[in-house]
Design a protein around this ligand. Structure first.
Ligand code: 13P
Ligand code: SF4
Length: 395
């Protein structure tokens, strides 16, 4: 047999002992599943879930498609799902989201739990925009020009575990879009500058909402010498923003807000803070996926919203709230799709669950012990920073 046998004594009651499949086989192992239509997976997923019972928990990020989210035990934004991952006692955590979320769950999980990402190709282009070598080079360059004593490194959840560990080891932390402001306050209580990784937009929007002017922020380009920032600007900056972005949210433009204002009087524009500063400035409110949902939930009947975030969530909200007399449309007509979130299909979920039933853990996400230690420090600090309500902007 291929793979490592895991503790027979702890095997799921009535199920075979579990072995861990090597990563090499995702494509060929999946072949039989991917050739079947999506809907044929529903009964198989339900049957496998029933067999696994409480041994498995399925977490679904709000951007997952309906066919997958219907099987989630818990849905949420990155903050909520990482809290659930830290609290659940299920042996197997199937994370229907993207790689950095599954990594964080593994860091926060208990040693006997295993985290599974149903498709290993579900990554995040923003997280890929900061590599540990580049971040270390940046830190060395900051040290040479300013000294790093007063600089607190703060990374968005959407980053690899080694970047989280880098921040934890240097007195910094992780944040999500739902507690970014609290994390900035935490950092400014301990230093006078923040290095914010890897999303320049979330960093800029958060700092600006705290009263930091744009001219006190600089953008560090890892492909340029000294980040492409002049020494005097670096010295004066309060926030050093990494040059990263979300390719999905960056597609929302100020013109889209203008069009809604023109064509849909009375409609509120609510956007994720990964959108550009120019878009956020024109919006009525900004918030994480969970907060955007909450805004619509709490609004009175007859309200209408143009939402600047991923299209699967927007479509789901439109369907859910239409019968309640609330209208929800996407801010951009063409609809912005996160193609990596979309990688997780019912076939992948069925394969991961049926493999567990057959005694095999496939697509386990495992962060090395060395990285885990400091990444956990940074994530634990994040979990201590409370989330906030959506930022309401006066218009
Ligand atoms: P949330 O934390 O708001 O769910 O955002 C995660 C994400 O990746 C948005 O692009
Ligand atoms: Fe990454 Fe953007 Fe997709 Fe979120 S929406 S997972 S930031 S690519």
């Amino acid at each position: 047999m291929n793979g490592i046998l895991v503790d027979d004594a702890e095997a799921v009651a009535g199920l075979p002992a579990i072995e861990t499949a090597p990563i090499e086989g995702q494509a060929c192992l999946l072949e039989n599943y991917l050739s079947q239509p999506d809907h044929t997976m529903d009964a198989r997923i339900a049957a496998a879930r029933a067999k696994l019972g409480k041994e498995a928990v399925v977490l679904g990020h709000h951007y997952q498609r309906d066919e997958v989210i219907q099987f989630a035990d818990f849905t949420g934004d990155s903050y909520k799902l990482s809290k659930i991952a830290a609290e659940t006692d299920a042996r197997y955590i199937l994370f229907c989201g993207v790689h950095f979320m599954a990594e964080s769950a593994d860091v926060l999980a208990k040693p006997w739990q295993q985290v599974i990402l149903p498709d290993l190709n579900a990554g995040c282009s923003m997280a890929d925009m900061a590599e540990i070598g580049q971040v270390e080079d940046c830190w060395d360059a900051l040290g040479a020009s300013l000294g790093t004593d007063g600089i607190v490194p703060l990374t968005y959840m959407n980053s690899a575990a080694d970047i989280k560990a880098f921040c934890g080891e240097r007195g910094g932390l992780v944040c999500t879009s739902s507690n970014a402001r609290g994390a900035f306050e935490w950092a400014f209580a301990r230093g006078n500058k923040i290095l914010f990784l890897p999303d320049q937009h979330l960093g800029r929007n958060t700092a600006f909402s705290m009263g930091i002017p744009l001219n006190e922020m600089v953008v560090w380009d890892p492909y340029m010498i000294n980040g492409g920032v002049a020494p005097d600007r670096l010295k004066a900056a309060k926030v050093i923003l990494w040059k990263g972005h979300c390719s999905v949210h960056q597609r929302f433009l100020p013109e889209h807000v203008d069009r809604v204002r023109r064509d849909e009087p009375g409609m509120q524009v609510i956007v994720h803070p990964e959108c550009r500063w120019e878009v956020c400035q024109k919006a009525d409110a900004l918030g994480s996926t969970e907060r955007l949902i909450e805004l619509i939930e709490k609004s009175p009947e007859g309200s209408s919203f143009a939402v600047g975030t991923e299209i699967h969530l927007v479509n789901r909200l439109a369907a859910r709230f239409a019968p309640l007399g609330k209208r929800v449309i996407t801010l951009d007509d063409s609809g912005c799709l996160c193609t990596t979130m979309y990688r997780i299909s019912p076939a992948h979920l069925a394969w991961a669950l049926e493999s567990l039933v057959a005694g095999k853990v496939v697509n386990q996400i495992k962060v090395s012990e060395q990285t885990k230690h400091w990444a956990k420090v940074a994530l634990d600090r994040m979990l201590e920073v409370p989330t906030a309500h959506a930022i309401q902007r006066p218009i």
